[in-house]
Design a protein around this ligand. Structure first.
Ligand code: SF4
Ligand code: SF4
Length: 287
C-alpha cells in the first residue's frame, strides 16, 4: 500500500502548495493529488499534459414533468426553499436537491436529475501521474470531490505499485479538509508565524489529533516573527509534534510560481536542503 502524505494548512496562502510541489519532486515512485479542489493551483507547478477529463456530479436538482403534473400544489407548499413557482417550474438556483418534492408527488411527475458540478482529471507530469479537479463556480460538495480524487489516486497507486501518494490538501477544518485527512499516514501542517496563522494551524492539528494521525509541522517564513516562531515550536514540543522544517522568507518562492517550477527545480531557490531534510524526517517517522 502506498503511504499517503497530506500537506495542509489552517488557511490558504501559507505556502502549502509550493511545499506539496517540492515533495512531489523529491518523492520517488508516487502519485500526486491536488485535493484543494476549491482553489486548485498545484497544476501551475507540475505542468500536466495528456489529461483525461471526467465530469463530476456533486448533487441533483428536481425537474417537473408538466405532462404528468395534476397541479395538486403539494410540492410547492412543502418545498422548504421556495424553489417551485405557481406554474410548477423549479428554480434551478433555489433548488437544494433535497428530493422531498419527488418523494411526496403522487403523480410521479418529479425526477431528480444529476447536475454537473465540475471536472476531475488524470494527467501526466514529469514527476508522475497527477490526479486533480476543478469544482464549478459556486458549486458545493467539494468534500465529495476530494474523496473522489483521493480514491482515484489510491487505485492508480495500487495498479502502479507506487510507494507514495502526495496530497495537496484543502486549507481549514471543513468537510473537504476532513475528506483529505482521512486514512493518511502523515499530516504535514504548514504554518506561518502570525497570530492568526498559529491559531488556524492549531485547529488543523487538533483535527488531525482527533483522527489519531501522525502530524508534522513546517514553519514557513519563520524569520518574519521570531517570537511567534518560538511560540509555535514550544507548542509543538508540548504536544510532541516534530517541526520537520523551518523555511525563511525568500522572494524566489514567488518567482518559482511565476516560472511554473517546483522549488526543487528552481535553480536559485537556496533552501532545498531544508525541504529535503523535512521529507527525510517524514519518511523516517512513517517507516
Ligand atoms: S406534487 Fe406532483 S402533481 Fe402535485 S403539483 Fe407537484 S409535481 Fe404536480
Ligand atoms: S428537491 Fe427539495 S429544494 Fe428542490 S424543489 Fe424539491 S423540495 Fe424544493
Amino acid at each position: 500500500m502506498a503511504k499517503q502524505i497530506v500537506i495542509v494548512s489552517g488557511k490558504g496562502g501559507t505556502g502549502k502548495t509550493v511545499i506539496s510541489g517540492a515533495f512531489s519532486t523529491i518523492a520517488k515512485n508516487k502519485v500526486i493529488v491536488d485535493a484543494d479542489v476549491d482553489a486548485a493551483d498545484l497544476f501551475l507547478l507540475l505542468n500536466p499534459t495528456n489529461s483525461k477529463v471526467t465530469k463530476f456530479s456533486g448533487g441533483k436538482k428536481a425537474v417537473i414533468d408538466l405532462g404528468k403534473c395534476v397541479k395538486c400544489e403539494k410540492c410547492k407548499n412543502n418545498c422548504h426553499f421556495d424553489a417551485i413557482d405557481e406554474d410548477f417550474i423549479i428554480d434551478e438556483i433555489q433548488c437544494e436537491g433535497c428530493g422531498l418534492c419527488a418523494g411526496i408527488c403522487l403523480s410521479g411527475a418529479i425526477s431528480m436529475i444529476p447536475v454537473d458540478s465540475g471536472e476531475w482529471y488524470i494527467s501526466e507530469t514529469v514527476y508522475g501521474i497527477f490526479v486533480h479537479a476543478k469544482l464549478g463556480i459556486a458549486e458545493e460538495n467539494s468534500g465529495k470531490l476530494v474523496s473522489l480524487v483521493k480514491q482515484k489516486a489510491i487505485e492508480i497507486a495500487k495498479a502502479n505499485k507506487s510507494d507514495w501518494i502526495i496530497i495537496d490538501g484543502p486549507p481549514g477544518i471543513g468537510c473537504p479538509a476532513i475528506a483529505a485527512l482521512g486514512h493518511t499516514d502523515c499530516v504535514v501542517v504548514v504554518t506561518e508565524p502570525t497570530l492568526s496563522g498559529f491559531h488556524d494551524a492549531k485547529r488543523v492539528i487538533e483535527l488531525a489529533n482527533h483522527f489519531k494521525l501522525l502530524v508534522k509541522v513546517i514553519i514557513n517564513k519563520c524569520d518574519l516573527n521570531q517570537l511567534i516562531t518560538e511560540e509555535i515550536e514550544r507548542y509543538c514540543i508540548d504536544n510532541q509534534i516534530e517541526v520537520v522544517g523551518k523555511i525563511k522568507y525568500d522572494e524566489t518562492v514567488i518567482q518559482s510560481i511565476v516560472n511554473g517550477q517546483t522549488l526543487m527545480d528552481y535553480q536559485v531557490f537556496g533552501q532545498k536542503d531544508v525541504l529535503l531534510n523535512a521529507w527525510n524526517k517524514i519518511v523516517a517517522a512513517i517507516n
